[in-house]
Design a protein around this ligand. Structure first.
Ligand code: PLP
Length: 498
């Protein structure tokens, strides 16, 4: 049969090949060396600076031209070890507390190797990885006190987990059939509510989901940086009165700036009264539920219609991993489930079973993220994680006390959980602009000197250093060293300014 109009260029015959090594024993030996290197790398990480810029020679080595001819695994690894491995971002270091970055673990890195070795596609079906993910989701629900009936999905991070939670919220509560008609088919403009302290990933999601910046109301916070529930109530009433449609409230369990926890019980009550969806962004804070002592701070979180949190922050698993939990299974599927001939389900074989994750999120081909979670929980036990979470909170309080005892430093925000904001602000230096630029310089020098890696933020418009403790390698001596270095370098900059 002639196939009209299909061009098929001639391809020369060649010997068969693949990407497996010619010499398996040599690759095995390289693998052993690589594992040895990784173990030493982590074991001695505290002896290195918290951060080092990539030197010029290594930048050049990284920026090599597209390699048409390969140099072999051995030489490729040697180049990587010298020019890449040596200059990490720093969150594996005991004195990295910038942004919110989990430490990861050596065993977690091994888990990533195993997951990559299996290379399972976790879109769904009947295979061990799909079952491992289902089990991990059940464990995560149990850990945060969420309904066992709920649906869930592992994702790349809190940003994507927020996106999926909010997509479910929109399609469940915006009125109309968004799946069919899109947001343009809605008769009333949908509105989502959050606070001024809400993470910007929520705003990105709202933008992608068609709420637009004007469809997200950022409500004021109280002195402890928690959402003002009365302001929320008023905003909902105003929006209803002017023909807009309140859809969902986004509460935060552990705000990125200060670790504040919104009044989740009150938010859940209000959402129930008003028929709104409650989404909780618990990126790191939700994990405090592992600690019986801290859990009461999160009361109400378990009532959320959807809950997002990271595994790669306060559960110390290698990046990337997060989870979204959605109370109602149909709500979770609604934005994402769609049939396709090439994804036909079967009664038996690989495309059978009950776990089809691609119906629950944006990805089709999905990695085996559950491997690191399953292995880490089984290896360490969740009690150990609970103790580490408490240790990080104690460290935040310890740093708070050290700063409070140091006359040249100040605390611009309370420390409800594991985040400490601080500022170098000695007596006699009252100019806000000058203090901001001094503290910016202090932050950069702390990082450049390799002493420690906090990050910077704005607390009520003023620049502050910020430490988030999601690090299992930090010890008390690291906190003392950081405070001493902050004062020493702060004094140095002040002398230069004079
Ligand atoms: C980190 C963070 C996010 C985003 O999560 P990623 O894993 O970085 O995508 C969202 N909300 C809060 C409060 C966070 O701390």
């Amino acid at each position: 049969m002639r196939r009209a109009g299909i061009e098929r260029p001639d391809l020369p015959e060649r010997p068969e090949e693949g990407l497996d090594p010619a010499d398996w024993d040599a690759l095995r030996e390289l693998g052993h060396r690589l594992v040895d290197d990784v173990v030493e790398y982590h074991r001695r990480i505290g002896e290195r600076p918290a951060w080092r810029a990539v030197p010029e020679s290594s930048r050049r080595a990284i920026d090599r031209p597209l390699p048409r001819e390969g140099v072999g695994e051995e030489a490729a690894y040697a180049a990587f070890a010298e020019h890449v491995l040596a200059y990490p971002y720093g969150n594996i270091h005991p004195r990295h507390w910038g942004w919110v970055n989990g430490t990861g673990t050596t065993f977690g890195a091994f888990a990533e190797l195993l997951a990559a070795a299996m290379n399972s596609n976790c879109w769904g079906g009947e295979h061990a990885a799909a079952r491992v993910e289902a089990r991990v989701l059940d464990w995560l629900k149990e850990l945060v006190g969420y309904s066992a009936e709920a649906s869930g999905l592992l994702l790349s991070g809190g940003s994507e987990a927020n996106l999926v939670g909010l997509a479910a919220a929109r399609d469940a509560r915006a009125g109309g059939d968004v799946g069919r008609d899109g947001v343009f088919g809605l008769s009333e403009r949908p509105v989502a509510y959050c606070s001024t302290e809400t993470h910007n990933s929520v705003l990105k999601s709202a933008s992608l989901l068609g709420f637009g910046a004007a469809g997200v109301r950022a409500l004021p916070v109280d002195d402890a940086y928690r959402m003002d529930v009365d302001a929320l109530r008023r905003a909902i009433a105003e929006d209803r009165a002017s023909g807009r449609r309140p859809v969902c409230v986004i509460g935060t369990a552990g705000t990125v700036n200060t670790g504040a926890i919104d009044p989740l019980e009150a938010l859940a009550d209000l959402c129930a009264e008003e028929g709104l969806w409650l989404h909780v962004d618990g990126a790191f804070g939700a994990v405090a539920a592992l600690s019986p002592a801290l859990r009461p701070l999160l009361a109400g979180m378990e009532r959320a219609d959807s809950l997002a949190f990271d595994l790669h922050k306060w559960l110390y698993m290698p990046i990337e991993a997060a989870v979204v939990l959605v109370r109602d299974r149909a709500d979770h599927r609604r934005p994402f489930a769609s049939a396709a001939g090439y994804l036909t389900r079967m009664e038996r074989g690989i495309a059978s079973g009950e776990h089809f994750y691609s119906d629950l999120g944006p990805q089709l081909t999905r990695g085996f993220r559950a491997a690191k979670a399953w292995l880490s929980f089984v290896a360490h036990g969740t009690d150990r994680y609970a103790r580490l979470v408490e240790q990080n909170v104690r460290q935040a309080r310890r740093l708070e006390a050290l700063v409070a005892d140091e006359p040249k430093l100040e605390l611009p925000a309370p420390v409800p959980l594991n985040v400490v904001c601080l500022r170098y602000a000695p007596e006699g230096l009252d100019d806000d602009e000058a203090l901001d630029s001094l503290n910016r310089e202090l932050l950069m020098r702390l990082q450049e000197s390799g002493e420690a890696a906090p990050s910077g933020t704005a607390v009520r418009g003023r620049f502050a250093l910020r430490c988030a403790f999601t690090n299992h390698r930090t010890r008390d001596s690291d906190l003392q060293r950081f405070v001493r270095a902050s004062v020493r370098i702060g004094d140095e900059i002040r002398r230069e300014m004079a």
